[in-house]
Design a protein around this ligand. Structure first.
Ligand code: COA
Ligand code: AMP
Length: 630
């Protein structure tokens, strides 16, 4: 069948399409139907089924005779470690961990926060929660204690599972003090913490609260899989919105299983037993869907890579891992390829490895610039596929579905809408726009299985963030267009979210931190273009009247403050002091105009600007930072 036929099949009968996809899942009690319309624009999938995620991701492969197949390959160039875990070993390890969690009181529906680096134990912790029907929330290691505290307060976990440390090139990330600080800051306190002691740094345990990962499993009976309802939350993953309060994206169990399993063959073109590698982090949605769940549900081998595209030890690391572990499909972010390309433009490292196993490469997380795609195509000589998705959707909205049909690539476009997604370009009044016209990208409701049904404990915020601007649609927050052939292009965000090195960050959240500095009267943070990271945050500060401190000192302090409050991942290093911010007459800060000036792009003088002369001051300040050159 062609892509067109598959998409039309879905359009003609979505219910039959998803019920057929659901046949690939092992149900404790099969769903009577696919879509459950809860009314008022809320939908659930396979809600009356009973199922367990861990069973589908682990146990069933053992039962089916694949127990000896490698489930997880851990490859850590940072610690010079390589290790393989078979499906049967994974089953035993996860059952034991789940048993120990249960012995300490964790049951179905309890929340568990996981704060771990890229080690297999992070996946084991996720799967152990899934085994019990506990709801995990993984927090990325690059966030600071304050961000962790915000998530603890929102998710109210019964337990936190953490590692003693993470390892960044040349630096140990001391997780334990961050964890202790977060618990101290948070109003909610977990009953207990499980600490996985890494040999690179052994952390001190808090008596009566912390238990040792291995020790607390001693003598405990392993746990069986607990069947849960199809609409039981599998996990909460916090993502950046317009404010410093992150949104808790909820993922329901059954839709997640069905949708991810469907994508493994149809999109990523792998069969059970093939090696699939997503070089991301478990703290992001890519890590949830395509390091942990998707490949394991489908019976693939997944790779947990603790390293960076460059510097661990060199720009050939990706190629070494691909050739050594026989990776068939590889998934990374464009920024990672840009980092490799910068160090190895001619692809000399590629020549050192036999990459005949590699059949396709997928890019997501930010716009894939044509230069990077062309460079990768030339070096690797396989399809290089840009695909577009979000934490909220959990899998690709638009892609080139290689397992169905390889569609012609149009550089700059993540190709076409996937079955399940009726993607439309709307004008401000919510009217569909013509092919090639730029507008807001919206998806007609209902969204497919596997996408967010709501936000954790925040249904009103779910509605106001996604459902109210365009009634009957999900608002993606991205702007773009669709051409005559149905190819989608993603041009920009319509909100205050920026994308730094494939990491989604809130400029609003950074502004809240800057505004907390005692000398800052007013501020704005914008995302300026960056050749490596796509975008970089840049802060404008207006100081309080009478503040005569050297500007450089204040700038240094706010840079440190963002690192302390949000974390190193914010990559906030650029800020400048200005007298005033450009605003409209109604007081709205003209952030988009500032971005155009910084990027040296033409811009139209906003008709509503209060005082056009301010823009010259902004330009001068930006030039002082090396931006805004014509
Ligand atoms: N734990 C702690 N700190 C972390 C971290 C983690 N898991 N991940 C990143 N950081 C830190 C980095 O060490 C860096 O700290 P520094 O300011 O002390 O140097 C800071 O956060 C910014 O990190 P990053 O923006 O990633 O920059 P980098 O210079 O370390 O690396 C790239 C640049 C391009 C190599 C890297 O960003 C990369 O591989 N990106 C791919 C992202 C990706 O896969 N995203 C998932 C979406 S598919
Ligand atoms: P996240 O939720 O972290 O996955 O970030 C989602 C956002 O990243 C999207 O809303 C887009 O703005 C951006 N994004 C992800 N993939 C792509 C892509 N292939 N092309 C353009 N933008 C993308």
């Amino acid at each position: 069948m062609s892509y067109k036929e598959v998409y039309q099949n879905w359009q003609a009968n979505p219910e039959a399409f998803w019920m057929e996809a659901a046949e690939a899942i092992d149900w404790d009690s099969a769903p009577s139907k696919a879509l459950f319309d809860k009314g008022d624009d809320l939908y659930e999938w396979f809600a009356d089924a009973k199922v367990n995620t861990c069973w589908n991701a682990v146990d069933r492969h053992v039962e089916a005779g694949r127990g000896e197949q490698t489930a997880i390959i851990y490859d850590s160039p940072i610690t010079h470690t390589k290790r393989e875990i078979s499906y049967v070993e994974l089953r035993n390890r996860v059952a034991s961990l789940a048993g120990a969690l249960r012995a300490k009181g964790v049951e179905k529906g309890d929340r568990v926060i996981i704060y771990m680096p890229m080690i297999p134990e992070a996946l084991e912790a996720m799967l152990a929660c899934a085994r019990l029907g506990a709801i995990h929330s993984v927090v990325f290691g690059g966030f600071a204690a304050n961000e962790l505290a915000v998530r603890i307060n929102d998710a109210k976990p019964k337990a936190i599972i953490a590692a003693s440390c993470g390892l960044e090139p040349g630096r140990v990330v001391h997780y334990k003090p961050l964890l202790d600080g977060a618990i101290e800051q948070a109003d909610h306190k977990p009953d207990f913490c499980v600490i996985f002691q890494r040999e690179q740094e052994v952390a001190e345990l808090v008596e009566g609260r912390d238990v040792n990962w291995h020790g607390f499993q001693y003598g405990v009976a392993p746990a069986d899989c607990v069947p849960v309802e199809g609409n039981h939350p599998a996990y909460i993953l916090y993502t950046s919105g317009t404010t410093g309060q992150p949104k808790g994206v909820v993922r329901h169990t059954a839709g997640h299983l069905v949708a991810l399993n469907w994508t493994m063959k149809n999109l990523y073109n792998v069969d059970p037993g093939d090696v699939f590698w997503a070089a991301s982090d478990v703290g992001w949605v890519v890590g949830h869907s395509y390091i942990c769940y998707g490949p394991l549900i489908h019976g693939n081998t997944t790779i947990v890579f603790e390293g960076k595209p460059v510097g661990t030890p060199d720009a050939g690391t990706f190629w070494r891992v691909i050739s050594e572990h026989k990776v068939k499909s590889f998934f990374t972010a464009p920024t990672a390829f840009r980092a490799v390309k910068r160090e190895d433009p001619a692809g000399d490292y590629v020549q050192n490895y036999d990459l005949s196993c590699l059949k396709q490469v997928f890019l997501a997380g930010e716009r894939a610039d044509p230069d990077t795609i062309e460079w990768a195509q030339k070096q690797l000589n396989v399809p290089v596929i840009d695909h577009w998705w979000q934490t909220e959707t959990g899998f690709a909205i638009a892609a080139n579905p290689l397992g169905i049909e390889e569609l012609p690539v149009k550089l700059g476009s993540p190709t076409v809408a996937m079955p399940g997604f009726d993607v439309q370009i709307l004008d401000e009044g919510g009217h569909p726009m013509k092919p090639g016209e730029l507008g807001a990208i919206a998806i007609k409701l209902p969204l497919p299985p596997g996408t967010l049904p709501t936000l954790w404990n925040a249904e009103e915020r779910f509605r106001s963030s996604y459902l109210t601007t365009f009634p009957g649609y999900y608002e993606t927050g991205d702007a773009g267009m669709i051409d005559e052939d149905g190819y989608v292009s993603i041009m920009a965000r319509t909100d205050d979210v920026i994308n730094v090195a494939g990491h989604r960050l809130s400029t609003g959240g950074m502004e809240e931190v800057l505004a907390g500095h005692p000398d800052v009267a007013e501020c704005a943070v914008v995302g300026v273009s960056d050749a490596l990271k796509g975008q970089m945050p840049l802060g404008f500060l207006c100081l309080n009247a009478g503040c005569d401190r050297p500007h450089a000192e204040v700038v240094k302090e706010v840079v440190a403050l963002v690192r302390e409050k949000i974390g190193p991942v914010a990559a906030f290093k650029l800020a400048t002091v200005v007298d005033r911010l450009p605003k409209t007459r109604s007081g709205k800060i003209l952030r988009a105009t500032m971005v155009s000036i910084a990027d040296g792009k033409d811009y139209k003088m906003p008709a509503t600007i209060d005082d056009p002369a301010i823009l010259d001051e902004i330009k001068l300040a930006l030039q002082g930072l090396g931006y805004a050159h014509d």
